[in-house]
Design a binder for this molecule. Structure first.
Ligand SMILES: Cc1cc2nc3c(=O)[nH]c(=O)nc-3n(C[C@H](O)[C@H](O)[C@H](O)COP(=O)(O)OP(=O)(O)OC[C@H]3O[C@@H](n4cnc5c(N)ncnc54)[C@H](O)[C@@H]3O)c2cc1C
Length: 441
């Protein structure tokens, strides 16, 4: 084992959360070492951004890079119900006439590489192909990490703060038993990429379309990307999608066949890859921070992808954690209370998005809601763009409840779920197709 060296902050994982936290820390002159187990570009799901990512991307200095990129511009989201009826598109600009109302459909291998290069340009020392094996503790205080590079050599890196941005892998959450599985959001997803599938034109070309399946058990995402590719995935209850069915390819084909609105859109297209699958259990950690450590992005929590909120939450938590670390190091306080000071507000914001997700699975219809409460279209759009961290948006819940059937059961809180230690069979393992190498998506 090589001898230890020191950084101000060590970041585990180079996805959007890790790249965000590390860049903002380096901008403040801190010595940051980031360890990413993969070599980029690498595949990742999570391709549709939502407008509120703008503010963090602006702080990161990413906007000019995205504006110069080939990523498809996204101006709206549209819903298609189980009978194939289309809602009017929710145009973000109508609600907020500002540059931030245009966002992007990204190819994550390209986006994540841009984010990591941007971190390096801000002074982050980023090591790819280097896995963090464990977080080192003295008592209950994190003091660094033990890593293993591609040369097989282990070394220790000491740090004043450790940021866990290891995604669904959740290094610290698993070590410390913090993960709590959501009691209701236990879905699965199967997806593939189509070349030459239907695209709208003009400013609708880059819209995310969410299409409900005919039995209302699940939904499809339809995300147009550059190079004439469309990402099309089906999300449904885990048992329904994965138990007693055939191969992923077969199940996917059956679901497309049943959903006319999707079937028609991909009818003239060719598949560009094989089929990907993942369990999509939502979860959160029971605490965002401890003494000397903090969790960001999917390492903290994962919410069902219905409204494409994952990258926003990765960016936002990365930003909030970085600000708490800078303030803490400035006054010599790296306690759990200081590093996790943003946690309660952040949790409340995610609760709002979670509620909207659960309402959809319980039968909430955007079309119906807007018809009854046209004055609230702006507030619903606020939620859809990710403007979650304000009490102002809570005015939708009363009207929304007024449209419930009287016997609709209440939505259980996320922390009524099962701790990871009691549910070892649950893991959001990603299944990649054998032909992935044909194209780095
Ligand atoms: C089916 C599905 C659809 C989705 N759709 C969307 C969408 O449309 N829009 C959206 O915004 N979000 C979406 N998401 C969510 C999105 O993928 C994630 O929320 C987002 O990638 C989280 O970013 P992150 O940086 O926290 O984690 P990641 O992007 O997963 O990055 C974590 C990194 O840590 C590295 N790592 C892990 N363990 C270690 C270790 N021990 N040592 C070193 N490195 C390590 C990994 O290699 C990885 O690069 C979707 C998710 C799923 C499952």
């Amino acid at each position: 084992m090589n001898s230890a060296h020191h950084a101000d902050v060590v970041v585990i994982g180079g996805g959007p959360a890790g790249a965000t936290a590390s860049t903002l820390l380096a901008q403040q002159g801190l010595a940051v070492e980031l360890f990413e187990r993969e070599r980029f570009p690498r595949f990742h799901i999570g391709e549709s951004l939502i407008p509120e990512t703008y503010w963090t991307l602006e702080r990161l200095g990413m906007l000019p890079k995205l504006q110069a990129s080939r990523f498809v511009k996204k101006y709206s989201v549209q819903f298609v119900n189980a009978r194939g009826q289309e809602s009017a598109p929710f145009y973000f600009w109508d609600n907020k006439p500002h540059e931030c109302s245009q966002t992007w459909q990204v190819v994550r291998s390209e986006f994540d590489q841009m984010m990591l290069e941007n971190a390096r340009a801000h002074g982050v020392t980023a090591h790819e192909g280097t896995r963090v094996h464990e977080v080192l503790f003295e008592g209950d205080r994190a003091v660094g990490v033990r890593v293993r590079g591609e040369d097989g050599v282990f070394r220790e890196v000491r740090a004043r703060v450790v940021v866990d941005a290891s995604g669904q892998n959740g290094l610290l959450s698993h070590t410390l038993g913090l993960r709590v599985w959501d009691p209701v959001l236990n879905k699965g997803a199967i997806w593939t990429y189509w070349e030459g599938a239907y695209r709208d034109t003009g400013k609708d070309e880059g819209a995310t379309i969410v299409l409900q399946t005919p039995d209302k058990k699940g939904w499809f995402w339809y995300i147009p990307q550059h190079d004439n590719i469309v990402s099309v995935g089906v999300v449904g209850p885990f048992d329904y999608l994965f138990k007693g069915r055939g191969s992923y390819e077969q199940t996917y084909a059956e679901e497309v066949e049943r959903c006319t609105a999707v079937k028609e859109r991909v009818a003239g297209a060719t598949r560009a890859t094989g089929h990907f699958a993942t369990k999509d259990y939502s979860y959160r950690a029971s605490q965002v921070a401890g003494n000397g450590w903090v969790l960001v992005g999917d390492a903290w929590g994962f919410l069902d992808p219905l409204y494409s909120s994952g990258v926003l939450l990765a960016l936002k938590s990365g930003e909030l954690a970085a600000d708490a670390i800078v303030a803490g190091l400035g006054k010599g306080d790296t306690s759990a209370a200081q590093l996790g000071s943003w946690g309660p507000d952040f949790n409340r914001g995610v609760d709002r998005m979670r509620r909207l997700v659960c309402e959809y699975y319980d039968g909430f219809s955007f079309g119906r809601f807007v018809k009854h409460y046209p004055a609230l279209i702006g507030t619903v759009t606020d939620l859809l763009i990710g403007d979650l961290f304000t009490d102002r948006v809570d005015q939708v819940w009363g009207p929304l409840e007024s449209l419930y059937p009287p016997d609709k059961p209440a939505i259980p809180a996320w922390n009524a779920g099962t701790p990871v230690a009691d549910a070892p069979e649950k893991a959001n393992e990603l299944i990649l197709p054998e032909d992935l190498a044909r194209r780095v998506i």
